[in-house]
Design a protein around this ligand. Structure first.
Ligand SMILES: [Zn+2]
Length: 490
């Protein structure tokens, strides 16, 4: 349970539900949930009240009994969990959508309270969605005071015919998130809720779009790509700078919505959520999901950028005046003063002598401002286990890192082109063409990336991204433009 600064955490009580006990190096296999609970209690944990039922009827009766008496319990609960007592049988039943079939949560019908809608504020989502949030006259529901509630979207406001000043009925959806479900009184003084005609965060143009995740409906969104509320642009710059393939605009928007990605650092938490990523809806009308293959390939492309040379790391943050090439030149010119991430973060560039040495006499301060402003994102990257290879410690200089990027093209290409036809453009994009799949290979190109050839299998084992010929062409093109864009201009 979230607590700010651990405040009042001494008042919290923990109930234990599951136990993975190791005795003498051996994991204990519990035969039943009853055994497990008994052991938890024996170890001194609080366990929640539970009962064994041998028929569905008596289990349902127990659920109804709890539903009627739950207000008298010392804790707020939102339902009852039914578990198959025999743990081996539970396992046999398997898992759907990440949830064990042998354990089912039954939720109580939400009860609600009446209050007054005092105002509506707009909050901004990471893909530019503008969401109305209701400000309520504070009211107590189920032991907590509620002062705002979700209104989902502007269509919902119309559907409910709700306006400021109305009396509304509020429930906790799933007993957790407060939600207005109906209007109980519409006084004559009510004021209509304005629908945004411009983005309240950047003044940009707004449009309507059907959303792909987390509820149904049409949302109003900001259409300005550079809106400061959006993470789309920021993450896109990182992805294209590091040529992480497989994440087009549609997939990126779905990922940001589904996983609430605030910035590029959040990409490095996705490896633990492969199943959810594969299950992610990318086209709501066609109920099209990303699928396991594309999810795996996206995740390995992200993982391939987990360890980055200092110049690629800094040069991909999307800072003004700071492309990869510029960072490399500055590192070289500074002669050791800018060899580590710590150097770049220690305000050195505010020193005119260092700025002159690094070849940026006029923009040292603004580069430093940019890096400092990016501090929280850099910290989050490091916390999410992104490794920045300093020039001195890693022994990997910015330059040699670029030269060791390799591509292997295998089999007949769909276009009929030969490997050699790509050699020149690959070299221009600073990739070397190699014949074999081995550890450290940057990309394997296959006519059919879904093929199961021996090279494909080997690449999969090594976590090397497999790309199509189209993606290869795109790669050559984007690398050349990126290199041109990061040439010094000042
Ligand atoms: Zn905006």
């Amino acid at each position: 349970m979230g607590r700010k600064n651990g405040k009042q955490s001494d008042c919290l009580t923990i109930f234990a539900f599951d136990l993975d006990e190791v005795r003498d190096g051996q994991s204990t296999e519990f035969q039943t949930e009853t055994h497990k609970s008994a052991r938890l209690a024996e170890l001194g944990f609080n366990v929640i009240q539970h009962q064994i039922h041998t028929s569905a009827e008596s289990a349902i009766a127990y659920f109804q009994q709890i539903a009627q008496t739950r207000d008298a319990l010392p804790i707020w609960i939102d339902g009852v969990v039914m578990k198959v007592d025999d743990i081996a049988k539970q396992r046999e039943l398997g898992i759907t959508a990440g949830r064990p079939k042998g354990q089912v949560a039954w939720k109580f019908d939400s009860s609600g309270v009446e209050t007054v809608l005092e105002g509506v504020v707009v909050s901004g989502g990471h893909t530019g969605g503008l969401y109305p949030t209701a400000e309520l006259r504070p009211v107590e529901i189920g032991g907590t005071t509620v002062s705002n509630a979700s209104l989902a979207n502007y269509d919902e406001i119309q559907r409910l015919d709700v306006a400021i000043g109305d009396s509304v009925w509020v429930v906790k959806a799933n007993d957790i998130i407060p939600k207005i479900i109906r209007v109980t009184d519409r006084p004559p003084t009510r004021q209509l809720i304005p629908v945004p005609t411009a983005c309240p965060f950047c003044g940009g143009e707004v449009g309507r779009r059907r959303i792909t995740g987390g509820g149904e409906g049409v949302i109003i969104e900001c259409r300005n790509a550079e809106c400061p509320k959006k993470s789309t642009g920021k993450i896109n710059r990182w992805i294209s700078s590091l040529d992480i393939l497989g994440i087009g605009d549609v997939v990126l928007e779905s990922m940001i919505e589904r996983f609430d990605l605030a910035d590029a650092a959040d990409l490095y938490t996705l490896h633990t959520r492969a199943v959810e990523l594969a299950d992610m809806v990318i086209n709501v009308d066609k109920d099209l999901r990303l699928g396991e293959k594309r999810a795996t390939s996206i995740l390995s492309a992200i993982e391939a950028t987990r360890a980055l040379a200092l110049s690629r790391f800094l040069g991909s943050l999307g800072l003004d005046h700071l492309g990869k090439r510029r960072v490399e030149l500055m590192i070289k010119a500074a002669g050791g003063a800018l060899d580590t991430l710590a150097d770049w973060r220690s305000a050195k560039l505010r020193d005119p002598a260092i700025a002159i040495l690094a070849g940026v006499p006029n923009i040292g301060v603004s580069i430093q401002d940019g890096i400092d402003a990016m501090g929280p994102v850099i910290d989050k990257m490091l916390m999410n286990a992104v490794i920045v290879q300093d020039v001195s410690s890693g022994g990997i200089s910015a330059e040699s890192e670029i030269l060791t990027k390799t591509v292997c093209i295998s089999g007949k290409l769909l276009s009929g082109k030969k490997k050699a036809d790509y050699e020149a453009s690959l070299r221009e994009a600073e990739f070397a063409l190699v014949d074999d799949v081995s550890k450290g290979l940057t990309y394997l190109v296959l006519a059919d990336p879904a093929s199961s050839s021996s090279k494909a299998e080997k690449a999969q084992k090594l976590g090397i991204p497999i790309i199509s010929e189209d993606e290869l062409i795109e790669l050559c093109r984007s690398m050349v433009t990126a290199a041109a864009a990061s040439q010094p201009t000042a």
